[in-house]
Ligand binder design. Sequence first.
Ligand code: ADP
Length: 363
Amino acid sequence: MAEVKLINIEKEYEVGVKAVTNLNLSIKDKEFVVLVGPSGCGKSTTLRMIAGLEEISSGELYIDEKEVSQLHPKLREIAMVFQNYALYPHMTVYDNMAFGLKIKHVKKEEIKERVMAAAKILELEKLLTKRPGEMSGGQRQRVAIGRAIVRKPKVFLFDEPLSNLDAKLRGQMRTEIAKLHKSLKTTIIYVTHDQVEAMTLGDRIAVLNKGKLEQYDTPMNLYNHPTNKFVAGFIGTPPMNFVEGKIAKEDDNLFFVEDHKKLNFEINTSSVLLKYENKKVILGFRAEAVGIQKFSKVSSFKGKIESLEILGAEQYLTVSGLDNLIISKVSADKMYQLNDTITLNINLDKIYFFDKKTEKCIH
Ligand code: ADP
C-alpha cells in the first residue's frame, strides 16, 4: 500500500509569492500519476515537497494515512530519479546501485541480490563494472532508475527523467518506464513539461498552471472533456484551435456568430448555452475536427494555406481566413501547395465552447 495525499499544500519561496497554491491531490496505491504543465508552474516544487527536499509552507502530506509533512526525507520511504541522473562518477554501475543500501548497513548478500534483480529488470547486467562516463545517456538513466528500485521504496518520484535524452531514446525509455511500472506495481509520481509523455504514461494526469491545479483526470478525459481553455490548449498536439465570437438567439434558435461573422452556425439549444445569449464565448475545435472531408454537421470557411507539415499518412495545414490561424489535420493522399485557397469544414459534433471571461468549458 502506498497512497499519497496532498491536502491544501502551498509553497511560498518569498513572502506573498506562491509557487504552489492550495493543491489537493489524491494518488492511489500503484497509480502512475503525472504532474504536467509549462515551465515554472510548480511541478518540481510539488515533487520536491513530497520527497521532503523542500519544506511545505502550509498544508498536509500523507503517505499511507501517515502525516509526513515534517518527516525527514530518509524516513519517507521514497526514491527520486533526477533529470541529471545524479550518479557518482567514480563508482561502477554496481556500486552506484548498491551505495544507498550499503550506508543503510544492509547485508552484503542481500545488496547483491537486490542489485542483480534490478540489473536484470533494466538489462544492465553486462554494464555492472562500467563507470557512468563510459555509458550513454539512456544507460545512465537506467542506472539512476536501478538505484531507486533497489531501495524498494513505497513511492517513486521522477523529475523530468527523459528530458536530457534525444527524441528516439526518449520514446524507448518511455516504453521501458511504462513496463517497469507494470512489473514493480508501485506508486509513481512523475513530472514532465511534455504533454505527450504525460498522455502516454499517466493513469491520471494533474495539469498545473501558475501553481494551481487546472484538472486532474485520465488522459482521455483531459483530451475529450477539458474543464477549461488552458487544459484544452495544453493537452493534444497540435493545440486546440480557438475562435472568438458570441452566442446569438434568433426566434427560438441559438447560433454561434464569430466576431467578424466569418462563421455563423446553429447550435443545440442547451439550457447551459441559453444563459450565454449575447455573451462572448470562445469556440474550440481540434485539428482533426476541421478538414476537407464532409462531416454530418458542419460549418465551413474559406482560407489560404500558410504552411504545410507532412507527417507521412497525414499532414497539418495551417490556414488563415479566420482571426486566428487554424490548424487542420488531413490525409496526405491529396497534395496541397502553399497559398492554395481551400474550404475547410468544422465538425460541429466535435466543438467546445468556453466562457470568454472565466475560460471555463461551458459545453
Ligand atoms: P516547474 O518545475 O513547473 O518548472 P518550479 O516548481 O521549478 O516549476 O518553480 C515554480 C515557481 O517557483 C517558479 O516561479 C520558480 O521561479 C519558483 N522557484 C522555484 N524554486 C525556487 C527557489 N529555490 N527560490 C525561489 N523561487 C523558486
